[in-house]
Write a protein that binds this ligand. Structure first.
Ligand code: GLY
Length: 439
């Protein structure tokens, strides 16, 4: 069997989960990561190169003669890393900059969905405050009292403001268009209908034409229990999402994924990589909240432990445009991920706190710990970011997975550790089954 060396770009919890699953492939030769993190360093060689240092990444991939580059985060994809690698003749799992516009330009994504008749909320786009204000006046005249204001460009997950009143929407529009709180990313905004309903993350691995759906997941964006507090990068997740029944997954493939992939191909930008649809099940049916051009974080940490397939083979098939459209195999289990964060996150926090208890936590059945904001200083593992670690546990039910995840989380110690106590609480009683047959 020919072994393949892989370079993984990124260094967060999502990338550690990808590295962990890739390392289970019998086809994996050496694993490199740029820049990786102390958790990934146990699985492969971490090289101090940042995801936006394109020339260094291309050189590294060439020097180490890797057979595949896997790009984790959106920023290098949006800036054209996959294009640069392909130009250099290097195989890559990740979309071109043109295809990544599905995440890097919310205006482009909404227009693409309109052309492809993909179900989405009512919306309009603006580049100046006067036009945005006139539109909000029009909403008021129709008796509409709420809205969502979004920066069109990338804003590190902070670019969508869910507004309880049109006054709040006006303020958000001013902050983006006039005060430039998101810089160039907010020079164009969307004002969208505020939809009511639960949201879930739906992922497919695709070679641009064929698409293999992964298990869906739900994440927790707010810092505090009961969805209070500020938005974060994600404080926990669980998979599969009972909200997305096999019927809704099939509908998502038919009405969302396939028309979107076709429309991208028609614009000359076929999407190769992981397409992530944020879906809401509203009273009017399934709607797309947003698309992302990569795996979700921390959803990936919950989804991949359930995958009963070779992830490297799947990525190679997508990168070589020979993906088979088939239902993937999944373990009939549930997974829950609890994120351990630094005290104060997502506001200011201190770093450099010694971490203990990871080995003890991982000794329990079904538990894996992914690193996100950690570093090694003088041989000691210390905190080095807002989201520090993700504790994932699998089990035969959400109850078992959740109990295991929290018992393991309690074993990991660092000063001012904070985490939500209600991850997956709402699904513990759920009797819905995993979706190994979904398509
Ligand atoms: N979990 C949300 C994201 O990855 O964007």
């Amino acid at each position: 069997m020919e072994k393949i060396d892989v370079l993984l770009v990124g260094g967060g919890g999502r990338e550690h989960a990808l590295a962990w699953k890739l390392a289970q492939s019998p086809r994996l030769g050496r694993l490199y990561a740029a820049p990786g993190n102390p958790g990934i360093a146990v699985l492969g060689e971490c090289v101090p190169v940042q995801p936006l240092e394109f020339e260094k990444i291309v050189r590294l991939a060439g020097e180490r003669q890797v057979g595949l580059v896997v790009v984790g985060p959106e920023a290098p994809l949006a800036a054209g890393l996959a294009d640069r690698l392909r130009q250099a003749g290097i195989r890559v799992f990740g979309p071109s900059a043109a295809a990544a516009r599905i995440e890097s330009s919310k205006a482009f994504a909404r227009e693409l969905m309109r052309r492809a008749a993909v179900p989405q909320p009512e919306h309009a786009r603006f580049r100046d405050l006067a036009s945005a204000s006139t539109y909000l006046d029009g909403l008021a005249a129709r008796g509409i009292e709420t809205a969502v204001v979004k920066a069109s460009g990338l804003a590190a997950g902070k670019g969508a403001v869910v507004c309880d009143s049109l006054e709040e929407a006006r303020t958000a529009a001013r902050e983006m268009l006039v005060d430039h709180v998101f810089g160039e990313s907010g020079s164009e905004i969307l004002i969208e209908e505020r939809m009511e309903g639960e949201e879930a993350s739906f992922f497919v691995v695709t070679d641009g034409e064929a698409a293999a759906p992964l298990l869906s997941a739900q994440d927790y964006k707010r810092a505090l229990d009961d969805d209070r507090g500020p938005n974060t990068g994600g404080m926990g997740s669980y998979a599969p999402a009972p909200l997305l029944t096999p019927e809704l997954c099939a509908e998502a493939m038919e009405r969302v994924v396939r028309p979107t992939l076709r429309a991208l191909s028609e614009t000359g930008a076929p999407f190769q990589g992981c397409l992530y649809a944020g879906l809401m099940n509203t009273t009017a049916g399934l709607r797309v909240v947003e698309f992302n051009c990569r795996f979700g974080d921390p959803e990936t940490q919950a989804v991949l432990p359930l995958l009963d397939e070779d992830l490297l083979e799947l990525f190679l098939a997508a990168a070589e445009r020979r993906l088979e459209e088939r239902a993937l195999r999944w373990k009939p289990e549930r997974a829950v991920t609890v994120v351990l964060a630094s005290g104060g996150y997502p506001g200011s926090f201190e770093s450099g706190k010694p971490i203990s208890g990871i080995e003890e936590a991982e000794a329990a059945p079904g538990v894996t710990v992914t690193h996100a904001g950690t570093a090694r200083r003088e041989g000691r593992l210390v905190t080095a970011g807002g989201r520090v670690l993700g504790v994932t546990a699998t089990g035969n039910s959400f109850g078992e997975a959740r109990d295991r995840a929290y018992q393991a989380a309690e074993k990991i110690r660092f000063e001012e550790r904070q985490f939500r106590r209600d991850i997956a609480e709402r699904v513990v009683e759920s009797r819905s089954t995993a979706g190994p047959t979904m398509r």
